[in-house]
Ligand binder design. Structure first.
Ligand code: NBP
Length: 467
């Protein structure tokens, strides 16, 4: 334990907070820590080993505040929602003007904007800091997305960059904009994560009938050596290789097929809809998790209609290309959402920098992100990732395989909600004249809503509809 005042403080010593605190201590910064339940502080100090030298354990909020050099920076790593407000309320009476609180949990960015405004009025700064990479990332280098006053970020930048993951030496951490910008980007990161995981699960679903788990592990490992190279494909190969010690079955075969979700995927979709966006691959992934959780209904459905018999799966090479096409579209939809939010909230988000800080440390890290960063550093027609020359070329090559895979799945009765959402988005965006002329006519028919004509200016034309 250090006698000097700590450089930074941290509240919340569950999985993420404990690992982040050890990461900070290991990088040579003195840190004071506090947790609502004091027993966790003791356990943490025992785990800290030699790093305990740089850590000041505290069992009361006032002791934590007193242990930090002013102006103070205190990271909150508690459960998102009401616990954050309760932690702020517990710290507030002990803070001095100029101190800053940094919420590093998975907050709803609307809460971050609210908290930032309330604390600003009281003379305190509030930063929303998205942290991705799970337990291992927190301990050894996460990707860090910061929102809040730029001047305050400068005061903690050395700490944040020291603990972040690095991609070829570049820290995967950045100040992205004011108030909720960091938490919004983290939310969309998680939305893309949902889509990518669902796409991978759909590929697994199409292959598993005719392959052993061990063979499937090889397929994913091979894909990981190609353009699909990514953390999620890598861990899928590893997951498939594990045998359950109790049953001797592949581990995957004994896991209940009902997916959990904590809310960030759903928030991505809710915020997208508010912004007039539709990231359909993410929407499909959230829906698929919800459907998966309804096991009783699926049992009844199988009893009523029967599960389709397992047929031959699609070609592995087709599936690899299909996954790549759908992944490009999913990322593109996520970035389009970031762009819309940036405009709405006046954040001036640097999309290339977002892609750069996702290249290492976070769950969606993949080979693709370097190419995405390069694309956003150039000019992209309509800011649509799929239209960037490099990605347009990839899609030209891979969409035919996506089409074959989706057609095969539909024919076989295999659900591929995220892949088919990606394909439908592509087919919509490649067609200059769509079908909404009929929708406009219907709206005018029953509600006199008016429509625009191709051959005349104005938007309030009406049809001479029969009664
Ligand atoms: P949890 O989300 O499980 O939260 C546990 C922590 O919150 C404990 O320190 C607990 O203190 C504290 N806490 C609670 Br619960 N209610 C509190 C209250 N009313 N006042 C003060 N403290 C309270 O921990 P986690 O999994 O480490 O995640 C922390 C944050 O990081 C969350 O926002 C999470 O969404 C985010 N995140 C997690 C991951 C991950 O992989 N787990 C990844 C990225 C981001 P106690 O010990 O007294 O109960």
């Amino acid at each position: 334990m250090s006698d000097e005042k700590a450089r930074i403080g941290l509240v919340g010593l569950a999985v993420m907070g404990a690992n982040l605190a050890l990461n900070i201590a290991e990088k040579g910064f003195g840190i004071a820590v506090y947790n609502r339940t004091a027993a966790r502080v003791d356990t943490f100090m025992q785990q800290a080993g030699p790093l305990a030298e740089a850590i000041t354990p505290c069992t009361r909020p006032e002791d934590l505040v007193a242990a930090i050099q002013p102006p103070r920076a205190i990271i909150l790593m508690v459960k998102a929602g009401a616990p954050v407000d309760e932690t702020i309320a517990a710290l507030l009476p002990h803070l001095s003007p100029g101190d800053m609180l940094i919420d590093a949990g998975n907050a709803d960015f609307n809460d971050t904007r609210r908290r930032a405004a309330a604390l600003r009025e009281k003379g305190f700064a509030y930063l929303g800091m998205g942290v991705s990479g799970g337990e291992d990332g927190a301990r050894h280098g996460p990707s860090i997305m910061v929102g809040g006053p730029a001047g305050n970020y400068e005061m903690i930048r050395d700490v944040v960059e020291a603990i972040a993951a690095r991609y070829r030496g570049d820290p995967c951490a950045a100040h992205l904009g004011p108030d909720g910008a960091g938490h919004f980007v983290k939310t969309v990161h998680n939305g893309i994560e949902y889509a990518d995981m669902q796409l991978i699960a759909e590929a697994y679903g199409l292959l598993r009938a005719n392959q052993t788990a061990a063979r499937l592990s090889e397929v994913f490992a091979n894909w990981n050596a190609g353009p699909l190279n990514s953390y999620l494909i890598e861990i899928t190969a590893k997951v498939l290789s594990v045998t359950d010690p109790q049953s001797g079955q592949p581990m995957l075969d004994v896991i209940v097929d009902a997916a959990g979700q904590k809310g960030t995927g759903r928030w991505t979709v809710i915020e997208a809809l508010k912004l007039g966006q539709s990231p359909s691959t993410i929407e499909a992934a959230v829906a698929a998790r919800s459907w998966s959780a309804d096991r009783g209904a699926r049992d009844t459905g199988q009893g009523l209609f029967g599960a389709p018999p397992a047929g031959a799966g699609p070609l592995e090479a087709d599936l690899e290309s299909a996954l790549l096409a759908a992944r490009i579209i999913a990322y593109g939809q996520g970035f389009a959402l970031l762009s819309a939010a940036s405009e709405q909230f006046d954040w001036s988000l640097d999309l290339a920098r977002v892609a750069e800080i996702w290249r290492a440390g976070c769950i969606i890290r993949s080979g693709l992100l370097d190419d995405i960063a390069t694309a956003f550093r150039g000019t992209i027609p309509h800011d649509e990732l799929a239209f960037a020359p490099a990605f347009a070329e990839w899609l030209q090559r891979t969409v035919p395989a996506l089409r074959r895979v989706v057609a095969h799945a539909v024919q076989e009765g295999q659900p591929v909600p995220a892949m088919s959402a990606a394909l439908s988005w592509f087919d919509t965006m490649r067609r200059a004249r769509g079908t909404a002329n009929l929708i406009q006519a219907q709206r005018d028919f029953f509600g006199a809503h008016g429509f625009a004509r191709l051959d005349a200016p104005g938007t309030a034309h009406h049809g001479d509809w029969p009664a």
